[in-house]
Write a new protein. Structure first.
Length: 382
């Protein structure tokens, strides 16, 4: 059978005419930095995730940095992070002068393994960053039970719209963080969000985001004495999102639930169609969870597979199908392995996830023929 060759990306942002039109207003009015559009985006995001405060920033990486700074994390403190995540979860801890301490993950879910937490806690441990990897929430009840008294910053980079036992990501810890990078389900080009239900932390975030200024630029411009600069009582950052991004975010956020529902439908289709491949484990959505389906991370069982994962990825690439390892094991990256003298096998769950995970294409521009093409290519690997 000869069939038409397709090109299927691992992910594609779903933006178009509406997002393009949304950029027009800030460009025409000239209010380009954080202003009315960012405020609207924050309000919509907070409402959708059922949290009191949402503070838009430049990325999830800066969101995590700012969340830790708001908690007062600094030199001498230790922060628990999963060993299998995007590198910036750990980098953000170092930005604060604190020390990241790795916790192993469960390769079944790719999330932090709650049984590996307790023995990593010391007198210096101040916070824990559970990651809701690929949009599946971490097992927050088990994590909280294993880490009593620690401050919790969720890394929900992939988890906009995801929930756990009826509570949305972003409201499961002291602070939540999100990404709007084009690889995530909704995007503003680059961008991030910090959420919290704590009014004090909410107020701190506003100040830290804007160089430590005691009032925002918008408030100053519209206030009685716009010619006076505000006071700066803390060292802050410039992590402000632009109003162009905010305007795009408002439009994207309206589509988030439909994007997730569509991805969930195709995730189920993949699961059914790929069930007969005994060497490929497809991801699951445990009862009580709403998966965000940022990607579709599978696990290649090399004991049963006809070849190694990387050779499977090579075959798929030659068919025009993009795949990627789920993410990387941070403890195996040169910088961290050398800095802390860690061996790959020190975190066996993360090592296995690093070596055998394989995300296959899932995004909102794929059509049934694309999914069938990926499924046929996987089934033909023998
Ligand atoms: C994408 C991602 C990040 C980084 O997000 P940016 O917005 O690109 O900084 C952090 N953590 C996880 C788990 C991610 O997937």
């Amino acid at each position: 059978m000869t069939k038409e060759k397709r090109t299927i990306h691992i992910a594609l942002p779903c933006t178009g005419e509406e997002e393009w039109q949304a950029c027009k207003e800030p460009l025409m009015t000239g209010w380009l930095t954080s202003g009315p559009k960012v405020r609207q985006f924050e309000g919509d995001f907070a409402k959708m995730h059922n949290v009191d405060h949402a503070c838009a920033v430049t990325s999830c990486t800066t969101a995590i940095h700012m969340a830790l700074a708001a908690l007062g994390v600094g030199p001498g403190d230790e922060v628990l992070v999963p060993a299998f995540t995007w590198v910036s979860t750990a980098n953000a801890v170092l930005y604060c002068g604190a020390t990241p301490v790795f916790v192993d993950v469960d390769p079944e879910t790719f999330n932090m393994n709650p049984t590996d937490i307790a023995h990593r806690i010391t007198a210096r441990t101040k916070a824990i960053i559970p990651v809701h990897l690929f949009g599946l929430c971490a097992d927050m009840d088990a994590i909280k039970a294993a880490a009593p008294g620690l401050k919790i910053v969720e890394d929900g980079a992939c988890a906009a719209g995801a929930s756990y036992k009826g509570v949305f990501a972003g409201g499961l810890g002291d602070l939540g963080t999100f990404s709007f990078h084009p690889r995530k389900s909704v995007t503003t080009g680059e961008g991030g969000m910090v959420t919290t239900n704590d009014p004090e932390l909410g107020a701190k975030l506003e100040i830290l985001r804007n160089h430590g200024a005691s009032i925002s630029e918008e408030m100053r411009h519209h206030g009685a004495k716009p010619y006076l600069l505000p006071d700066f009582n803390v060292m802050g950052f410039n992590y402000r999102m632009t109003d162009l991004q905010g305007a795009v975010g408002v439009v994207q956020l309206k589509k988030l639930n439909a994007f997730i529902d569509e991805r969930a439908k195709w995730a189920q289709y993949y699961k059914e169609q790929l069930a007969e491949i005994d060497w490929l484990r497809t991801p699951t959505e445990p009862k009580g969870y709403r998966h965000g389906w940022q990607s579709y991370p599978c696990f290649v069982d090399e004991d049963k597979a006809p070849m190694k994962r990387n050779d499977i990825m090579e075959i798929l690439k030659n068919e025009g199908i993009a795949t990627r390892p789920g993410t990387h094991a941070v403890h195996m990256l040169g910088f961290y392995a050398q800095k802390y003298n860690i061996k790959p096998e020190d975190f066996p769950g993360a090592q296995a996830s690093n070596d055998f995970s394989m995300s296959i294409p899932l995004h909102n521009k794929m059509e049934k023929e694309d999914f069938d093409y990926v499924i046929a290519a996987l089934k033909s690997i023998k």
